[in-house]
Design a protein around this ligand. Sequence first.
Ligand code: ZN
Ligand code: ZN
Length: 342
Amino acid sequence: MKAVLFYAPGDIRYEEVPRPQAGPGEVVVQVKAALTCGTDLKTYKRGHPVMIQRAPTVFGHELSGVIAEIGPGVEGFAVGQRVVAANSAPCNRCFYCRQGRLSLCENLEFLNGAYAEYIAVPARIVEQNLLPIPDELPFRHAALVEPFACIVHGIERSKIALGDTVCVIGQGPIGLMFTRLARLKGARVIAVDRVPFRLEKARHFGAEEVVNAAEVADAVEAVRELTSEGRGVDVAIEAVGLPETWEQAIAMTRRGGRVNLFGGCKAGTHIRVDTGRLHYDELEIIGVFHHTPLYVRTALSLIAGGQLDADALITHEMPLERLEEALNLVASGEALKVAIVP
Ligand SMILES: [Zn+2]
Ligand SMILES: [Zn+2]
């Protein structure tokens, strides 16, 4: 089969590799759509300490397709069935799993290799996070389940109340999905970004106000001015992944408000927090990572129910051999997500 392999940062190759076989408990899926993701872009540019442990290796993790082969002992699936797989599954045995904190599982098993014609889904993911998709749901829409599940998780932990004012900093695919779900939760959304094209998308996804951080002197002040009495937002969600915007998210939040620092920053970076604000203003600052099997199911039902305009997020479609071009298009900011069709 054909696949794109990661050799080293900046070096990926479209090659012929052996087609994976379905071992016990496994399912081989013929990939029909694989979506580009910020994580893949990082891998391509810099490598990835967790996802990429050796090279050359296959990569890519947002996929949907058709079951091509079923391993011994697999029940409940059939060859030819349309499915979506999440990119991990928890062990259900470690300390954190037993606490119900499945996204913190110490032994999360990851799935990589969506940029290929076929992918073998490991037994643990087959059991917990391989889901049939409705016949009328396009493959590329279904492939959004994994990233969207992370956002569903992020929104649930943000505890948005009806009528809240919520600021979402960053309007890339992740920020746009937050904007949409915050709106669905009944919030008035203020969207912040530096790219006009993304702010237009933010309006499409339900933002009532947009702030172009590149055009205002102080983005925090600009957001505060859009809140009642300049009090600050009820909930701020950071979807950029920079210490600077983490600090902005905290600074724009009202007393007693909640800050969701969702965007992952570079390892080893730090932020400064005013201790007075944390103490006297009773700020709640949380971090949210990844998804759980429950959120994967919620994400699929929202997408299948038409609650997310997938085509507004997936701006381009390309064949597998043009993956490098697709990743560069995402890096340039011209594309939000590219659907790779093997
Ligand atoms: Zn992803
Ligand atoms: Zn675990």
